[in-house]
Design a protein around this ligand. Structure first.
Ligand code: UT7
Length: 358
């Protein structure tokens, strides 16, 4: 018997983020406004989380419209011919359907119908997972350029009176184009999960796991029965404790894996979950006091899988960080899961998410 020779791809080992784009909802929602229905205060929210405002969708804004806008801006800012994009990865937790997933719809909306397009659900770590998979896809030669989009509309999967979640989450989308580059600009991903603590961030209403529950739901009308509206639940302090133990190890491991020293890090872009967690991580890792750290949470809230590209875009658009600088990224959240990498920041965007906000 002769064994058939099966062809293998070869790609480009050195890869980087070549362009970034984002989209922010036009509606800015203050702590004061949130507290009209939530039993909390502006002071408590700012002190405990670092949030002053968040953005929530309104009118005809949606996850679909924001993801497509962010993706188109990332492509325009990268200067890459759109037709060369060979795959799209959509990192999201709040996309309105599991069937169909959102990736193909976004590919269609931006004029790339037909390319492989799929969703990654890895909680707030989702963008880091997507970025790592995109980098490895280019390295393997499975696509020359890959678009990674993070999008969330957390406002619609939130209970406005829940003190654990209502003040923290926001909406938005961010995207990057990953492709070959002269110098490597994306380290190997350091990623992991902890399913033992899975229920620390969850949802009130599941797709029924057992047939008897499926039958029970058949008689309920989702439009009128609250069981039909899925909202996120979170045991905040439990996640905080997990973050305090797991993330310092993950961060040092990202530096080791990337082969860089702590002093090489010029910009720190952690997931925008809580400004206090970010300050603690910065101190524990021994990052220099004066290096810029993302603080997009202050006026954007926690946008889950969209937070890292949104935060990078904010820093680049405002000049707090510069294209070409070495940055440490770390996403973490539901799963529980995390993913981090050392990257070279993409060039500052020419078209920014602030252009249309006024
Ligand atoms: O993005 C996904 C990953 N998520 C995270 O990483 C979130 C991690 N966790 C957190 O960011 C924090 O746990 C929160 C910001 C969610 C909450 O802050 P906390 O400092 O952990 O608050 P706590 O739940 O321990 O509550 C402290 C106090 C309690 O009162 P006592 O027992 O000290 O009298 C709560 O009853 O604050 C009270 N409290 C509130 N007060 C006003 C709890 N929630 C609220 C609220 N407004 N919304």
């Amino acid at each position: 018997m002769t064994v058939a020779k099966i062809a293998a791809n070869t790609g480009h080992q050195n890869v980087a983020m070549l362009g970034i784009g984002a989209c922010r909802p036009s509606r800015l929602v203050s702590n004061h406004e949130v507290c009209k229905v939530l039993d909390s205060t502006d002071e408590w929210i700012f002190e405990r989380s670092g949030i002053r405002n968040r953005r929530w969708i309104s009118g005809d804004e949606s996850a679909r419209s924001m993801a497509a806008t962010a993706a188109e801006r990332a492509i325009a800012n990268s200067g890459i011919d759109k037709e060369k994009i060979g795959a799209l990865i959509l990192a999201t937790n709040s996309w309105k359907t599991k069937i169909p997933h959102g990736g193909p719809i976004i590919a269609y909306d931006i004029g790339l119908n037909g390319i492989p397009a799929y969703d990654v659900a890895a909680g707030c770590g989702g963008f880091g997972y997507g970025l790592g998979i995109a980098a490895d896809t280019v390295r393997a030669g499975s696509a020359q350029y890959v678009l990674v989009v993070g999008v969330e509309t957390m406002s619609v999967v939130m209970e406005p009176t829940d003190r654990n979640t209502a003040f923290i989450f926001g909406d938005g989308a961010g995207a990057v184009v990953v492709g070959p580059s002269e110098e490597n600009g994306i380290s190997p991903t350091v990623w992991g999960s902890d399913g033992e603590n899975a229920e620390a961030i969850g949802q009130n209403y599941d797709i029924p796991e057992y047939m008897d529950r499926a039958q029970e739901y058949q008689h309920k009308d989702p439009a009128t029965d609250p069981v039909g509206r899925m909202v996120v639940t979170m045991q905040g302090p439990r996640v905080f404790r997990w973050a305090a133990i797991t993330l310092p190890k993950a961060l040092s491991s990202v530096l080791d894996t990337a082969g860089v020293a702590v002093n090489d890090i010029e910009v720190f872009v952690p997931h925008q979950a809580n400004a206090r967690i970010n300050e603690l991580m910065k101190q524990n890792l021994g990052l220099a006091d004066d290096i810029p750290m993302a603080n997009d949470i202050e006026n954007t809230g926690n946008t889950s899988a969209a937070s890292i590209p949104l935060a990078m875009e904010e820093m680049l658009a405002t000049g707090k960080a510069k294209g070409g600088q070495t940055a440490l990224l770390l996403g973490f959240g539901a799963g529980l899961s995390y993913a981090g990498a050392v990257v070279t920041l993409p060039p500052a965007p020419e078209v920014t998410s602030f252009d249309d906000l006024g």
